[in-house]
Design a protein around this ligand. Sequence first.
Ligand code: URA
Length: 288
Amino acid sequence: MFEGKKLKSASIPEDESKRQYHIMAKPGDVSRYVLLPGDPGRVRKIASYWEKSWEVASHREYLTYSGYYKGVFISATSTGIGSPSTAIAVEELARIGADTFIRVGTTGALRKDVRVGDLIISTAAVRLEGTSKEYVIPEYPASASIDVVMALIAAAEELGVRYHLGITASTDSFYVGQERPGLRGYLPPFKKGLVDFLRSVNVLNFEMEAATIFTLANIYGLRAGAVCAAIANRETEEFVMEAGVEDAVKVANEAVKILCEWYEEMEKHGKKNITPDIIRDWLSKIRG
Ligand code: URA
């Protein structure tokens, strides 16, 4: 689509309609609410729960769909695996109007009580990746947004799925970076004991994108959260492909509907935040 086309500038790689260089989407194409799976195939799975959906763009690892879930305008964009490509997705989606991001992924649980197939909702992420360090000092928090965390909890409760709440660690490497042996058993001394150490400081799981999404969202004043399906458990050594993914997708879609309802109430009441009163009124409304 962009072949031979002159873009605005080397520093602002978009065309005259503000179509973004990597994701190939422009303002109006996406909702303010964007779900962020790593896998393009999961974008289609997410959209299969929407009453109406269409493909917006597909370029490299970035597949974007938009549509309607229970009447709410919603989008999903795949980020690819890892933080550099994820930061590009967040940067470009935010430029075209997205302000609320929910990662929908898979994860490796560190604790035995997190069963394979359970969900993990992240409250924050340890920044073991490199991309967020391109943006800000290492002490800066990769915390999830309280509204998004609460909406994910509300959705998980409503759907009756098993979930855990806690701190995630995001790495740049699936194998050695998560203390899995590399080729021929390679593991450098500075990675030995990482799983035990993270467990000892109450970290629940490994994945590869949440810290970057949370850090960028905090820097730019956007909202972000993450719900991941535990497909692996590093204590029991189980690994079951796609375990819990369907639940993670359902919870993320439902969380968007809940957030939208909460923000409507917030505006109606002239509030700046989602207050306990707003959640209480919402609960009494949905419970009749
Ligand atoms: N994704 C990860 O990053 N690690 C796992 O163990 C499973 C999924």
